[in-house]
Design a protein around this ligand. Structure first.
Ligand code: ADP
Ligand code: MG
Length: 722
């Protein structure tokens, strides 16, 4: 087959792009070079203005609009020095992608020339046409206006491009009515809600006027790299980001020889290049390694404040895509690009704290600190138990459905792993709380019988969706292609609820004359009694776990269609409303958009399956069938006995392929129901199985059709030729 031969030849001839670094450059010399950072602001802004901006960033003091002009002017001068010709408000619509609208700095002046200008007003607010972004019924098209608003907390940066650089300003994106149309607005709202409740708990533990508590996020990004020649020869990769056809390679990942193995030369060059680009943007890329599947890799940055981490994560994906192209490869972020080998996730490492107190999820040096730590941990146990369904919904997508529960990623059941030490401590708390005694061996919080808690994470559990790892929790269900903002919003909000609960319980008990330590002991015991069912330290991949989880009353929301309705359950609407994160309208819009995206993405895949099945796979199979038939006829003509078995086998598969294509085509011919949930359910229960049937027939053909006739690059080629 011409296409495949050409692709293979192209890979063999590929040369890496010329080295872009100055070999004398010190590692890290470029860090933050293109960021309008605090230190740049300190140098360039009048003192009073700088102090005001700093107070907003560090202490969450409301931004003083009077400073905007001064900031804008300094930002413009800095950006022009960096070669920027345009500026862009960058926002994060509900497609999960990043959007930007570029405007030139130049304004014509009366005499026929133009001057660079950039006012505080333009910095603070923009007005892109919002009609083509999903809004889930929040806006009529005749009210297409949407507003972007400067997020002071996330630094502006200059993005380099051979065609001219752009000053990028991270912004929120809202409708004329103030409804959030993006992922950033709720991150900021939920951050504030969480901080308010965390402060109450800290004050109870004797911290007078503690610094603002923030959520931290360290996202680990998994991805695949494939050579562009193969990518270009696969319409499914181009249009759906995953292979809709492809038989398992003779050598899969069963040897475990790729994980943490030596990084291939070409990939290493790519990694160095991406790291340098990320460094320029102030993104602290730290860890890089091979992942489990062949062709699969991971990058993890140093954790940052969630809002910034989330913007940086989006920028990381954009950068990876661009640099991969430069290196003649394609970077795949789809959760399951290849059937039968591991998919990709994006673990969200989550903690809360501030620079004064550090992470509040680290045991301290004294029993008192440990009591505080245990309260924050207990809050996490409560939130995951009460709102596991929302966590599941926050990572629901058609593509992530291929991964969750597939014995490589955590199951769709949201449980929590504490590790031996912490599980044991809470076990003791439960006993102590039950008897309320101070018997020997029973842990009573806040007095010196509390055992020393070591800061070691203890053992690991790769099968848990939500695991304590020593100073943070690791939420492992997010998919590689998703924004971390959605899970962060849920994490912050349910943390706010749990901390609110803890603070109220402690305040009430103390007001009633209970000793504080006893009140803490009681609170912890109550939480364990009420929510201990969510703690699971066993094997999440085992067949017994779903059965046990059901007995424990834990939800098993297997698919997106099961999970999304969690967003519009009355408790969820009440919760997000109470903490000012989402209005009921906004929750409904997110639910609608989630369903819409599910339907759209599967429909695109189904149409592609049909088209590729009919125009790529079937013709190849028929050609081979003809070849076999010609051979049989020729043998018969020559008077030789012909073996019909190959022809019969291929003919049977061709007929399977034809009938499965017909069935899929019939399904796709139907009109969609008006109700999005009904449509999504049909898609899940009928269209996905119909696509799978086409694939089964095609993959079986791939195993028998002559290799020179097979039109699509094979798994073997895509996964191993880099
Ligand atoms: P592992 O493979 O052990 O899970 P990685 O080094 O791949 O670890 O990634 C761990 C991620 O967790 C990094 O992004 C790291 O910065 C982040 N992290 C570490 N400590 C914290 C913390 N206190 N809060 C949030 N994230 C953290
Ligand atoms: Mg990891």
């Amino acid at each position: 087959n011409q296409v495949r031969r050409h692709a293979i030849a192209g890979v063999a001839a590929a040369t890496p792009p010329p080295y872009t670094f100055d070999p004398g450059e010190e590692p890290g010399a470029v860090f933050g070079e293109n960021v309008f950072s605090l230190s740049v602001m300190q140098k360039r802004l009048p003192k009073g203005v700088y102090k005001s901006v700093l107070a907003t960033i560090e202490k969450s003091v409301a931004l003083d609009p009077a400073v905007a002009d001064a900031v804008a002017s300094a930002m413009k001068d800095w950006a022009l020095e960096k070669g920027a010709t345009h500026y862009a408000h960058v926002f994060y619509p509900l497609t999960g992608l990043t959007a930007e609208k570029h405007d030139s700095f130049l304004d014509p002046v009366g005499d026929g020339t133009a001057l660079a200008s950039f006012s505080g007003k333009t910095l603070i607010q923009g007005e892109p046409d919002a009609s083509s972004f999903p809004n889930g019924g929040l806006r009529n098209t005749f009210e297409a206006r949407g507003y972007t608003g400067w997020d002071v907390m996330s630094p502006a940066y200059v993005l380099e491009n051979p065609n001219g650089n752009t000053l990028c300003i991270p912004t929120i994106f809202i409708s004329m009515t103030g409804d959030a149309l993006d992922h950033k607005t709720p991150v900021l709202r939920s951050q504030q809600a969480m901080a308010t409740q965390a402060r109450r708990v800290l004050e109870l533990f004797g911290h007078a006027d503690p610094d603002n508590v923030v959520a931290y996020c360290g996202p680990e990004q998994e991805y695949f790299l494939v050579d562009r020649h193969f990518f270009d020869a696969r319409p499914d990769l181009i249009n759906a980001g995953r292979t809709l056809f492809g038989a398992k390679p003779p050598k899969g990942q069963e040897f475990d020889d790729h994980y943490f193995g030596a990084i291939p030369e070409r990939v290493l060059a790519f990694m160095c290049d991406t790291e340098r680009e990320l460094f320029k943007l102030g993104i602290p890329a730290k860890t890089r390694h091979n992942e489990v599947a062949p062709g699969q890799f991971e990058v993890a940055p140093m954790f940052e404040r969630a809002n910034e981490a989330s913007d940086h994560q989006q920028l990381t994906m954009t950068t990876f895509r661009a640099v991969a192209k430069k290196h003649g490869m394609e970077c795949l972020f789809h959760e399951k690009p290849f059937e039968g080998v591991n998919g990709s996730g994006k673990h969200v490492n989550f903690s809360i704290g501030n620079s004064e107190l550090g992470s509040l999820l680290v045991p301290g040096d004294t029993p008192h600190d440990n009591a505080q730590f245990l309260v924050f941990c207990a809050a996490v146990i409560r939130m995951v138990h009460l709102y596991g369904g929302l966590l599941r919904a926050s990572v629901a997508s058609a593509s992530n459905d291929h991964r969750l529960g597939a014995n490589e990623a955590p199951p769709a059941i949201i449980s929590i792993f504490l590790g031996d030490q912490l599980a044991d401590v809470f076990d003791q708390v439960a006993k102590g709380g039950a008897t309320r005694s101070k018997e020997k061996g029973t842990l009573v919080i806040g007095v010196d019988t509390l055992p020393d808690l070591t800061k070691d994470a203890g053992d690991r559990n790769r099968t848990s969706p939500f695991a304590f790892t020593g100073n943070r929790f690791e939420f492992r269900a997010p998919g590689s292609n998703q924004t971390v903002a959605a899970p962060m919003v849920v994490l912050n909000t349910i943390m706010a609820e749990a901390l609110d609960h803890c603070a109220t319980a402690l305040e009430t008990a103390v007001a009633a004359g209970t000793d504080f330590n006893e009140a803490v002991q009681q609170l912890l015991a109550d939480i364990i009694a009420d929510h201990g069912a969510v703690i699971f330290n066993g094997n999440g991949y085992s067949d017994e776990w779903p059965v046990e989880a059901e007995q424990r009353g834990l939800k098993n929301l297997r698919t997106t269609v099961d999970a999304l309705p969690e967003l519009v359950a009355p408790e969820a609407i009440e919760l997000f409303g109470r903490y000012g994160v989402f209005s009921e309208r906004e929750m409904h819009s997110r639910y609608e958009i989630g369903l819409e995206q599910y339907v759209l993405s599967v429909t695109v895949e189904a149409n592609l399956t049909l088209e590729m099945g009919r125009t790529v796979v079937l013709p190849a199979a028929v050609r081979y069938q003809t070849e076999l038939a010609t051979n049989v006829a020729a043998l018969k003509g020559a008077g030789v006995e012909a073996d019909l078995s190959d022809l019969e086998a291929v003919s049977a598969l061709v007929s399977d392929l034809r009938s499965s294509l017909k069935a899929l085509g019939d399904l796709l011919g139907h009109e969609h129901d008006d109700d999005a949930l009904v449509t999504a359910t049909t898609i899940r229960d009928q269209v996905l199985p119909a696509m799978a049937a086409v694939r089964t027939a095609s993959d079986a053909l791939e195993a028998v059709v002559a290799d020179d006739l097979w039109p699509l690059p094979t798994y073997q080629e895509m996964l191993y030729l880099l």
